[in-house]
Design a protein around this ligand. Structure first.
Ligand code: ZN
Length: 278
């Protein structure tokens, strides 16, 4: 038994080292299962055999050699052809998203309202605004909000070369990582104008494309009550709401959320942020 345990420990160490390699995660998970088998008192006869069966070490030890796929090798990459437009409605979930910021005047008010009701939201930020308002990204991280990439200058991506799209996206992810503390896991194309390059590059950079279900069209400045009506009439389980915290005078947006957010909560909605499905 003692011998088995030390053997298992050594296996775990090996797996831990493998996890440092490119493909070690699966190996690490298998190793935890192996430990449970070995830890059972009076190990069943099948135990050692089971470990033996897991042993085909060509698979498990391969990462120890340090040979990962070369950077240019094609990877199994899930590339979507359309953005995510809604989330699971279980638990009457809805997602609030704010685009084009952060803005030093409007974003803090929106963050204050979200904090008042203990609600987390998504902010799709532009790199050129991030570098001017780094403290707002730090506040978003501190308060549990999710920050997504909305490009550097908010161009129409469908008019740009692939290289220009890449530059817009990469520079913004770098700025977010610097100010927010983590690289973004979500991307939203300006104007909702997606193209193949945006989906492909987003996937390569580890980001999921997020669209929306309900557009408040607050950028038209239609009046606070109109914005409130649009959110409340569009509310439904799984809905993703689009608002803007920059790009113009957003005082109507700021006032509207103070009305519609408590109304949604009173109606039983759970305002949340989505989890990544990797
Ligand atoms: Zn935008």
């Amino acid at each position: 038994m003692q011998k088995d345990q030390s053997f298992t420990r050594r296996r775990l160490l090996l797996s831990g080292a493998a996890a440092l390699g490119a493909a070690g995660t699966a190996g690490a998970v298998l190793a935890v299962g192996g430990e449970e088998t070995a830890g059972t008192a009076a190990a069943p006869a099948g135990g050692p055999q089971a470990r033996q069966a897991l042993r085909p070490s060509a698979f498990r030890l391969q990462p120890l050699t340090g040979y990962g796929p070369p950077p240019a090798a094609p990877r199994r990459l899930k590339v979507r052809t359309e953005p995510i437009l809604h989330v699971s409605g279980r638990g009457r979930n809805m997602v609030l998203t704010f685009d084009d910021g952060p803005h030093p005047e409007y974003t803090p008010h929106i963050l204050d309202t979200l904090a008042k009701y203990d609600v987390r939201a998504m902010f799709f930020v532009c790199g050129e605004c991030v570098v001017e308002n780094r403290e707002l990204l730090a506040r978003m991280a501190e308060e549990g909000h999710v920050v997504g990439n909305h490009t550097w200058t908010h161009p129409l991506l469908t008019t740009l070369s692939r290289g220009a799209v890449r530059s817009e996206m990469e520079s913004t992810s770098d700025a977010i990582e610097d100010a927010y503390g983590r690289p973004p896991e979500w991307f939203r194309a300006p104007y909702g104008a997606w193209n193949r390059a945006a989906f492909q590059l987003g996937a390569e950079m580890g980001m999921e494309p997020m669209g929306w279900t309900v557009d408040t069209t607050d950028w038209e400045e239609p009046g606070t009550s109109t914005i409130v009506d649009r959110v409340e009439s569009g509310a439904a389980p799984g809905v993703v709401v689009l608002s803007h915290d920059a790009g113009g005078d957003r005082s109507q947006t700021v006032r509207a959320i103070r009305e519609w957010l408590p109304h949604l909560i009173d109606s039983g909605y759970h305002l949340t942020v989505p989890r990544r499905r990797l």
